[in-house]
Design a protein around this ligand. Structure first.
Ligand code: F6R
Length: 607
């Protein structure tokens, strides 16, 4: 959802800014641009298309500078043209601004600035910012004052970085959109970015910028001031992600690399979190931490929503009232909450605007809030009462894979803790589930090494009438996730359903050209097999994903994708890995842009 980056150093920073943008390309990739401070003037180069094209043009033109900002865009206001690409400039071309987020009052500001004689070149909301800065500079403000005055006029969510001619540095601020500062003391460089992977190859020292902070990076270091102008002392933290984590490592796609990283990611997710006595050990949440919780609301979007539905099913099985809500809907039609409601935001990035809006709404109304996220220092982690990290490492592929598995693993731990605290005793399944969780990384490894998904994908690459994914219990969110992954990266139609729902309408769409992928977990399999018969008798081929010992399933479907037999509560994670591979291989055969699917961005920071 747009990425901004900036660098100030002793030498030319153009290559560094472009590398930082490449590392953020997963946030948006329909147009890109950079601006440098070149002597006393500002130079801007921007264009539609990918960052590779921008880099080639920057090299051709010999763009240079020791101070630079960059932007990669995922369009919200205006088509992905050169005019709409960032950085945007003021009338005189002395101010350049890169922005992530949405400026909600841009129409009013544009009208006011136009009336004052400012001319606009783009359809974007962002372009008001350089003109506001220009307006303030014209009244005699210093660059910092002008930047701060402009930011004060903005409503909505934003992270903004600006270059101002004559000012030796980059000024930036955030409200609701992410912004991090990278500190490379040795190399004498400072970075600003929407996300840590942007500069991880240069430094792992990070300062998380707070909402309202104004930060300046310059040749002499950095300064941060709070919203009311007081100097802010924010410590740098060392992030544990290594640069290699964010590299492709010989795989054709990040997505395939990340699918294959699932055993290691799961190991990290559960490491040290199962105590010797078999109970859950989530350090910050000792037994009894949730004793006064009466109901759990999960909030999440997309893949994270499917992990949330998975957890909801488990909690309900354990007698804990639980609901999963779409992050985009919860704040619009909020259900009642009180201090006994635990609201859990499940969000890989911790920056999804829909989920954050719902989290804030729940917090304002008195609920206790918890973020389950991959990103330490993310907005969700900082704004929720508590945070629980899934430790999956950076996920670069836009389609979420390893983070789904890690979310489910951590949510399994959380559900067992909640079940014990809320009902007063551990669930009947706790010991068996936690024991199976410990073996899950190696079971996923087995799926990865033995999967027949590639061969199957070749046979079913054509499905003229789309594909259906069905499942029951924890197989239901896996069916939803399987369909989401399939449509996201293959651009082919796919839908996920609760297996019992087909007969209530969607069955009308089933033809011999509608392959149906059915998820079996070892619970309710007989009923799911009945639903399978309903589609097979309409001619649809059925691919069953189930435990290798499930002969009844193998005999009742057209194709069988086995996974190791595990506890039914975890079988969905293994089935999901098979479905990830099916989607990946079909997309690869169709030659799709797997890591950066059309129209999508990894981190969606607008509502
Ligand atoms: C799908 C995908 C998205 C995200 C969704 C929420 O592969 O990645 O559906 O799951 O945008 O993102 P987070 O988890 O960052 O809140």
């Amino acid at each position: 959802m747009c990425g901004i980056t900036a660098c100030v150093g002793d030498d030319d920073v153009v290559e560094t800014v472009l590398a930082g943008l490449e590392n953020l390309e997963y946030r948006g990739y329909d147009s890109a641009g950079i601006a440098t401070l070149d002597g006393d003037g500002v130079s801007v180069l921007k264009r539609g298309g990918r960052i590779g094209d921008l880099s080639a043009e920057a090299a051709d033109r010999g763009i240079a500078g020791r101070i630079g900002i960059g932007h990669t865009r995922w369009s919200t206001h205006g088509a992905p043209t050169r005019e709409n690409a960032h950085p945007h400039t003021d009338c005189a071309g002395g101010v350049a601004v890169a922005h992530n987020g949405i400026i909600e009052n841009h129409a009013d500001l544009r009208a006011e600035l136009s009336a004052a004689g400012h001319e606009f070149d783009s359809e974007t909301d962002t372009e008001v910012v350089p003109h506001l800065i220009e307006e303030a500079l014209a009244t005699g403000d210093s660059p910092e004052e002008a930047f701060r005055r402009a930011a004060d006029r903005l409503e909505g969510s934003y992270a903004v970085a600006a270059l101002i001619a004559g000012h030796e540095g980059v000024l930036a601020t955030r409200r609701g959109s992410p912004l991090v500062l990278g500190v490379d003391e040795e190399g004498g460089r400072r970075f600003l970015a929407s996300d840590v992977p942007s500069f991880l190859e240069f430094t792992s020292r990070v300062v998380y910028i707070e909402d309202g902070d104004v930060v300046r990076i310059g040749p002499d270091g950095h300064e941060i001031a709070t919203a009311d102008g007081r100097p802010a002392d924010r410590d740098a933290e060392t992030v544990s992600w290594s640069p290699e984590d964010a590299e492709r490592d010989g795989y054709d796609h990040y997505m395939l690399k990340e699918i294959n990283e699932q055993p290691a990611a799961l190991e990290r997710a559960i490491r040290g979190r199962i105590a010797d006595d078999g109970s859950v050990d989530l350090a910050d949440f000792p037994s009894g931490s949730f004793a006064d919780v009466s109901e759990v609301h999960f909030l999440a979007c997309g893949t994270s929503y499917h992990a949330a539905v998975y957890a909801r099913q488990l909690l309900r099985d354990r007698g804990v009232p639980a609901h999963a809500f779409s992050g985009g809907e919860y704040a619009t039609t909020p259900p009642p909450v009180d201090e006994e409601t635990l609201v859990v935001a499940v969000t890989q990035s911790g920056e999804t605007a829909d989920t954050l809006a719902s989290l804030r709404s729940a917090g304002r109304r008195g609920a206790r809030t918890l973020a389950v996220t991959n990103v330490v220092g993310s907005t969700a982690a900082r704004e929720a009462d508590d945070a629980l990290f899934i430790r999956a490492g950076p996920e670069i592929g836009v389609a979420a894979t390893k983070t789904f598995s890690s979310q489910v693993a951590v949510l399994v731990l959380l559900t067992e803790l909640l079940a014990a605290d809320v009902t007063g005793s551990p669930s009947d399944d706790r010991d068996a589930v936690l024991e199976a969780l410990g073996r899950l990384p190696s079971a996923v490894g087995t799926v990865l090494s033995e999967s027949g998904a590639r061969l199957l994908a070749r046979r079913y690459v054509d499905g003229d009438d789309g594909r259906f994914f069905i499942g029951r219990g924890v197989g239901y969110p896996v069916a939803l996730e399987g369909a989401l992954k399939f449509k996201e990266i293959t651009y082919e139609h796919a839908e996920g359903f609760a297996a019992g729902e087909l007969k209530h309408g969607p069955l009308a769409l089933v033809t011999p050209n509608t392959p149906v992928l059915a998820v079996f977990t070892g619970r309710h399999d007989g009923k799911t097999l009945n639903n399978v018969q309903e589609v097979r008798s309409r001619g649809a081929p059925v691919i069953g994903v189930a435990g290798e010992g499930s002969d009844h399933v193998a005999n009742g479907v057209d194709e069988f994708l086995p996974v190791p037999d595990v506890h039914p509560d975890l079988a969905g994670v293994l089935a999901n890995v098979q479905l990830q591979l099916v989607s990946y291989h079909v997309a690869d055969m169709l030659d799709r842009s797997i890591d950066k699917p059309r129209n999508l961005a990894k981190s969606v920071t607008v509502e």
